[in-house]
Design a protein around this ligand. Structure first.
Ligand code: ADP
Ligand code: ASP
Ligand code: MG
Length: 405
């Protein structure tokens, strides 16, 4: 007996049949004597469909109105799931994000949670209700509806688990756990029994969208034990936690990120302060820069290339062109025909040769590396977009994941 937070993604509540299936899982946990809080995403492709609908009417719709629209998807699925649970004869109530007490910052489309006032949920739990909460949404201090960014329902669930001090937060999805690579693209991908917060955070940030990266960040900060598991098959999933039993694997996974573009600022004066000028400009618009490469100065000029999220490419270019004279570059180039492929694993810290192995696999597959970046537990390469899936498989095949089984 305890308090469980369960989260069901879009595919798990896709249609009436899937909603009834979820109602079965939820009531099963309730009948075992648990207090159950459920977080749901919008059904199937509802969020994408709503985005398309908006674009038909106004391709430059304000982010505030987009949030107003998108939040409706989760409101629908939470009510529908509550109806399915009601029909099974259980006490249940659905709540929107703001009814559930989610207070967020005001950055529409990517709002961060400021706090959760859990009073309403606690009151409902005290009267033995199953509580179904619309994920992905909250309200800012002006009472405007906000959303947490694509995939953000995971973060709603973890935040609630932290606020309510839940025993576990179970993320039900359409795969039965976290794999060493996206099982949809890599045939030999192996399911992991467990993974550390740090490794999962890197994987999620580098393109493994099985968990929203902020949900992992939050789980780590508040010590929430996460389990990623299937809503369609009853079997143990993958545990995400502080430390794993024995580190058997050199690397835990391979990920591909397609939301990336490369910008090159060419012919810059080879003087101090240039990098500062460029990157402080980008920071002023909250544009995240990832891999950075600076050429060695020659003939008093140098080039700086870097990657930004593809979704920020246009605003980064606009900004750099606006300040073209201040920066003093000869020209600016952009390339969105790239993807980032990364390997992640705490085991690589104490094992030299991991990078060489990755690069050898790419060489054998005749894939050219444009940029490289490394940290203690990851290595990323930027390559041609068309080579993305081949690189993913080639790199994955180079490492032995069966040792972790
Ligand atoms: P949900 O709708 O339940 O939130 P998502 O589509 O957001 O589901 O996340 C599940 C998907 O994540 C899987 O269908 C899978 O294709 C993808 N994925 C990417 N990388 C991985 C990985 N390393 N392990 C498992 N799934 C992954
Ligand atoms: N419905 C939102 C999305 O599609 C949030 C989520 O699914 O987590 O991004
Ligand atoms: Mg998701």
């Amino acid at each position: 007996m305890g308090l469980i937070v369960q989260k069901f993604g879009g595919s798990s509540v896709r249609d009436a049949e899937r909603i009834n299936n979820v109602a079965g899982i939820v009531t099963g946990a309730y009948m075992q004597g648990n207090s159950v809080v459920v977080v749901v995403s919008a059904q199937g492709d509802t969020t994408d469909d709503l985005i398309e609908k908006a674009a038909e009417i106004n391709p430059k719709a304000s982010k505030r109105e987009m949030d107003m629209l998108l939040a409706a998807g989760e409101q629908m699925s939470s009510a529908l799931l509550a109806m399915a649970i009601e029909r099974l004869g259980f006490p249940v109530i659905s709540l929107t994000g703001w009814q559930a007490g989610f207070l967020t910052h005001s950055t529409h489309g990517a709002a961060r949670i400021r706090s959760i006032d859990g009073e309403r949920i606690r009151k409902e739990l005290d009267s033995n209700q199953i509580v179904v909460v619309a994920g992905f949404q909250g309200v800012d201090r002006f009472d405007d509806i906000t959303t947490l960014g694509r995939g953000g329902s995971d973060t709603s669930a973890v935040a609630l688990a932290a606020e309510l001090r839940a025993d576990v937060c179970k993320i039900y999805t359409d795969v039965d756990g976290v794999y060493t690579a996206d099982p949809r693209f890599v045939k030999g991908a192996v399911k992991l029994e467990e993974i550390t917060y740090d490794e999962m955070l890197e994987l999620a940030s580098l393109g493994a969208n099985v968990l929203h990266n902020r949900s992992v960040e939050m789980a780590k900060r508040y010590h929430v034990t996460l389990e990623v598991l299937s809503s369609l098959e009853q079997k143990p999933g993958t545990l995400v936690k502080e430390a794993v039993k024995v580190e058997k694997l050199l690397i835990k996974g391979v990920a591909k990120d397609e939301n990336v573009a490369r910008i090159a600022v060419i012919g810059l004066p080879d003087t101090p302060g240039i990098a500062f000028k460029i990157f402080s400009l980008l920071a002023s618009r909250k544009i995240n820069v990832d891999i950075i490469l600076q050429s060695i100065g020659r003939h008093n000029t140098k080039d700086i290339s870097f990657t930004v999220p593809l979704s920020d490419k246009d605003s980064a270019l606009e900004l750099l062109h606006e300040k073209f004279d201040v920066i003093g570059a000869e020209r600016i180039e952009a390339d969105d025909n790239v993807v980032k492929v990364s390997i992640v694993g705490a085991g690589m810290q104490s094992n030299p040769g991991v990078a060489a192995k990755m690069f050898e696999a790419l060489y054998d597959a005749n894939i050219n590396i444009q940029m490289i970046s490394t940290s203690e537990i990851k290595i990323s390469v930027l390559i041609d977009r068309k080579d993305g899936n081949r690189a993913l498989t080639a790199v994955h095949d180079a490492f032995d994941f069966n040792a972790g089984k």
